[in-house]
Write a protein of this length. Sequence first.
Length: 262
Amino acid sequence: MRRHHPVWSSVVIALVAAMVLLSGCVHLGGASGGAVSAALVAPTRSAADRERDPRDRPMETLELAEFGRGDTIADIFGGGGYYSEILSTIVGPRGEVLLINNKAYDAYAKKDLEPRLAGNRLANVRYSIAPNEALGLGESTLDGALIVMSYHDLYYADPDNGWAAIDAGQFIDQIVSALRPGGRLLIVDHAARAGSGKTDAQTLHRIDEEFAVRDFRAHGLDFVGSIAVLRNSDDDRSRNVFDPAIRGKTDRFVHLYRKPKP
């Protein structure tokens, strides 16, 4: 058996550690990389989805989460189902994607949802419109979940225009209960000013990422890490995300959380 020289092994370990630190991210790799690539080149994807890819970088984002064949994944507040369609291919016919909107998101996304789900074209995607307090996820049913650009909405309220206040803690607890031990939660959202907590969710549709880490840890999830693929240092985080000057180009964080195993 070939033995590794202890000094050389130490050098390799140090180099790997330095590369991770310099990258400013945690990259988990995993078998899902090839699956994500295959899903993105599927000929059935729409031109509009392909045009969105450079802005959302789903290859890197979903590879971080390591969702794979046979998984059951909840796409929470998934809107028009952009991510659900990609996940449909990743999890395969033995997996399932739960695309969940509330009434407000359903109304907002209907024009995209109807053609995406027409004729049962995504046979393993189950769509539901659920009240915020009763998402219908069950317990220990999910291998993973994601909330993309909607986590801040848990701290936003505009009842006059159809968006009722949400009990954020109860909402998150539903997801945590539904995750199996080892299950992953992927969060992508618009970054707010450091130290602003949840304040800017109401005015700018942004949220402080350090607040996010504390929030999910408080509900029993471990913070695994993040990737910097959607960062934009030109965004000073002072503008509303719908401002034409920054829309589609906001500074966004990508976080991965995991439910601990017993």
